[in-house]
Design a protein around this ligand. Sequence first.
Ligand SMILES: Nc1nc2c(c(=O)[nH]1)N[C@H]1C(S)=C(S)[C@@H](COP(=O)(O)O)O[C@H]1N2
Ligand SMILES: [Mo]
Length: 321
Amino acid sequence: MAVRMDPPTTTLSIPMQPADMLDQITPVSQMISLSHLGVPQIQRSNWRLKIDGLVERAAELTFDDIAAYPKHRIVAAHQCAGSPLNPQVPTQRVCNMVWSGARLADILADCGPCLDARFVWATGADHGSFAGVDVENFQKDLPISRVEEDVLLAYELNDAPLPDFAGFPVRLFVPGYYGTNSVKWLTHLHLATDRADGPFTSRWYNDPMPDGPARPVWAIAPASCIVTSSGQKPSGPQEVWGWAWGDRGIDRVEVSTDGGTSWHTAVLEPAEDRGWQRFSLEWSPSKGAALLMSRAYSRTGDVQPASGARNAIFSVAVTVT
Ligand SMILES: Nc1nc2c(c(=O)[nH]1)N[C@H]1C(S)=C(S)[C@@H](COP(=O)(O)O)O[C@H]1N2
Ligand SMILES: [Mo]
């Protein structure tokens, strides 16, 4: 049964620029949101989740079935990978929220996944067209090896029921992966040996690699942004601060106050769960213009590049008076 779409077109909301990202936990009213095909209108009582493919026991679960599993609560950054039509453009579409729901691992365990299942395909109720391509339903996939970590079937955001636009009544949430993988209005999980072949897993959201096959847009590359904004403070000692995030956390952040000529190691606070991490640097500026930059390193040593990637370095021009 096709679900009614209202609105039936792409919706995008980016209420905050980095200078507005003052809160550790982003209020729901300030979160980023992207729905490629519009927003399907779903009633909790009618909603069902089908689980099939390479499982010993296929299932069809109601909302109450999901809610009966132990509830897990995770603080995690939530970042949009940017437009799939311009995948290398950095966007700073990011927020940090509290996600609660059932662990996908607990639910799959009850379905008896087969050993040859390598991917979980996740399908939403939304349908329509995007960039001139007809889409039966929004569909993504993820490696089944990831499920055990902390993938959720989330039904609460910041400790309240999911808002309509964010996937009511149940969405997938993959902590550490770009937002696009966290399928909203989830209705179907399918276990398979291969990746899903819909437009959002094959045509879009794959980064070409210089040598070898394209890489799916899954794990969040190390990223950071400076919250300190322009021209607010007179000269004198002050703090340059911001947020850093990436899959499996950030190891180190460096800050430059001279447009990238010299870099200083910032103080980096530990993450709560998979949330973004605050960094700060004491700075004694002289009067005049300065260009502030930050760059985050992953635990495996990857660092934000200067340009040409969605996690390229973000900079803020300030004038100290
Ligand atoms: N069903 C469905 N899920 C979806 C999308 C979508 O268009 N349809 N957009 C994805 C993208 S690109 C992002 S960034 C996040 C946004 O989630 P939010 O609107 O809750 O912030 O949802 C993801 N899940
Ligand atoms: Mo996105």
